[in-house]
Design a protein around this ligand. Structure first.
Ligand code: NAP
Ligand code: GLV
Length: 310
């Protein structure tokens, strides 16, 4: 039986199918909602598909998230949990995420909003020093992306530490675990960057209690998932000065509702879930490799452990 792939859900970036066909012109790929006979389909590629859709394909052998995160798949109560689920781990994405982190930590640290404001008033200012030596970045999540980001920030001369479920040995980067470890890390973190997967354990992790444990005037950056930040707690911490500024790429509700207060809050840098893209020319080969591995019964790349949810 030939492999038939279904591409389900929202478009992330155009060009996946063309890139996959460059590598395997004979691969049969259908695009939702034109699914044909669902019995034929054995592989699904998905990004934010409506719940219940995956369950309509009774012969699936592999589900490929077109993203690093899999919360968009696991949030579907009808997702067929017996089918292996793989996710994207891609160096292009890791570089892109590292650029987002570096760009926004520097925008906050070097106070670009202040300089833009000065410029708008045609005002020159005396030279000043930026105390980079006493600044420390704390990364929530030292996985595939968090580790790349940590190493790039370290190479830029920043002190970096990180938190994960398991201990890590990354040269020059202290790692913390557990709730006590989290509290210890944030007490010496000036830039807290979230790169955690969205799971029941991580939802709401960036909240008033955590902010209160950070040095006054710290900064918060979220490029994990919107549900990990308690948004009103961030606004309150910005109002009190406990948090001096933030950079957010992900939000509880996306697209961000028109009446959301973050749109007009100048203390928050925002990007519309664009921190790290899945770049079709780079990932097409990894999708095809996993399809081949599935056909040949070989170990899959980026296999998700459903028991932990990432
Ligand atoms: P990953 O390799 O699975 O890494 C996840 C990290 O989080 C691991 O270090 C893991 O610890 C840690 N972790 C998970 N649950 C934890 C918990 N309860 N307590 C402490 N640490 C925990 O994932 P990744 O590829 O780095 O991606 C991370 C997330 O980034 C994705 O899930 C997605 O939500 C987000 N993302 C966002 C964008 C964007 O454009 N905004 C793009 C790509 C990805 P262990 O290492 O000990 O397992
Ligand atoms: C994007 O958010 C991803 O998980 O790849």
């Amino acid at each position: 039986m030939p492999t038939i792939v279904i591409k389900l859900g929202e478009e992330r970036a155009t060009g996946y199918i063309a890139e996959m066909h460059k590598l395997d012109p004979d691969l049969k790929i259908r695009e939702w909602p034109d699914v044909g006979d669902p019995n034929d389909v054995d592989i699904a590629m998905v990004w934010k598909m409506p719940h219940g859709e995956l369950a309509k394909f009774p012969n699936l052998k592999l589900i490929m998230s077109m993203a690093a995160g899999v919360d968009h798949v696991l949030g579907d109560p009808d997702m067929p949990r017996g089918v292996p689920l793989v996710r994207v781990t891609d160096p292009h994405m890791a570089r892109s995420m590292s650029h987002w982190a570096a760009m926004n930590i520097l925008r906050l640290h070097r106070e670009t909003a202040y300089y833009e404001d000065l410029r708008s008033r045609r005002e020159w200012a005396p030279e000043r020093a930026f105390d980079t030596d006493s600044v420390r970045v704390g990364i929530l999540g030292l996985g595939y992306l968090g580790t790349h980001v940590a190493k790039m920030l370290q190479a830029m001369g920043l002190k970096v530490q990180g938190w994960a479920r398991s201990p890590k040995s990354i040269e020059g980067i202290r790692s913390f675990q557990g709730t006590d470890g989290l509290h210890e890390m944030v007490a010496s973190t000036n830039y807290l960057l979230c790169l955690l997967p969205s799971t029941p354990e991580t939802v709401g992790i960036m909240n008033a209690d955590l902010f209160a444990r950070m040095p006054k005037g710290s900064h918060v950056l979220n490029c994990g998932r919107g549900a990990q930040l308690v948004e009103p707690d961030l606004t309150a911490a910005l109002d009190s000065g406990q948090i001096a500024g933030a950079a957010l790429d992900v939000f509880r509700e996306e697209p961000l509702p028109q009446d959301h207060p973050f749109w007009t809050d100048k203390r928050i840098i925002m990007t519309p879930h664009h921190a790290a893209e899945v770049y079709p020319p780079a990932v097409a080969a990894t999708f095809l490799d996993n399809i081949r591995r599935c056909r040949e019964g070989l170990p899959l790349n980026g296999l998700v452990d459903l028991s932990v949810g990432y």
